[in-house]
Design a protein. Sequence first.
Length: 291
Amino acid sequence: MFGKKRQKKYDASDLPTPACNGDIERVKEMLAAGTGTEAYNNSRTPILWAAYKGHAGIVRLLIEAGADMNAQGTGFAENNALHEAAGEGHADVARVLIEFGMALDVQNYSTETPLIMAAHKGRMEIVRLLVDAGADLNVQDGHGKTALYHATEAGHAEIVDTLLAAGADHSIKTRKGHTALERAKFDKQAEIAGNLSRRHFGWHKRNDNEVSHIFEAHDRQLTEVFNFATRERRVFATNTASQAEAMFISPFRDVPEENLSEAADQLRTLGGNDHTATYRIKTASGIKIGF
C-alpha cells in the first residue's frame, strides 16, 4: 500500500531566500507547510527582504501569515519594512504596509523615519503616501534635521513643496542652529529658497492678483529682479534666440515694512547689490512669478 505523500518540511531559515528572490510560489508552499516567518538571514527577516526587493505580493502573504511587519533588521541600519520600501522607492510595498496599519514614524539606527528617508532620496510617490497616511512631518533625526530639511539639502524642490503644502514646520532648526531656508541659501538652491521664503513671510497666503503674475515663456531663462530702494520688481526673460526683454511686474508695497530688510538680505544672497537682488529660475510656459 502506498502511504499518503508527506509534505516537505522546511526550516524557518530557508524562508528569507525565496522572499528575497521574489519566488512567491515557494513562499506559499513554505507558509502552507507551517514554516516560521521570523528567521534572520544576513540581518533581515523574510518580510524585510521582500520589502527591500520590492515584492509587494510576498509582503502581503507574509503579513497575512502572521509575520511581524514591525520587525527591524539587525546590524547597523535597523530598518523596518517601511524604511526598506521608502529607501528603495517601492511604493507598492509601502501601500501594503500602510494598508495593514504599519507604524509610520519609527526611527532606525540612524534616527531616520521612513518619511525622512524618502524625502532625502527623492522618493516623491512615497512621500505623498506617507503624508496622506498621517506621518509626522516634523520628526527630527539625531542631527535635528526634519524631512523638509533633508529634501532641501538634497535639492528635491517638488518634495519641499509637497511637505510645505502639508504643513511641515519650516522654522525648525538643526542641532547646529540652521533652518531649511538657511540651508537652501547656503547651497544657492534658488527655487527652494524662494518657496521657503514665501512660507517664512506668509506671502503664500496672499491673493494671487496681489503678488503674482502669469508670465508666458517657452524654455526661457528668467531673472526676477527686486529693487528694494524703489520696491519695484521686473522679470528679464532670455529666450532661445538670446534676446532679452524686460517686463514690469508690480511694486511690492504690500510686503510689511518690518520684513522688507530681511527679505532684501535673503534675496541678496542669490545675487545683486545693496539695492537690488536677483532671483534666477528656468521655467516652461505658465510660470507664476511672485512672492
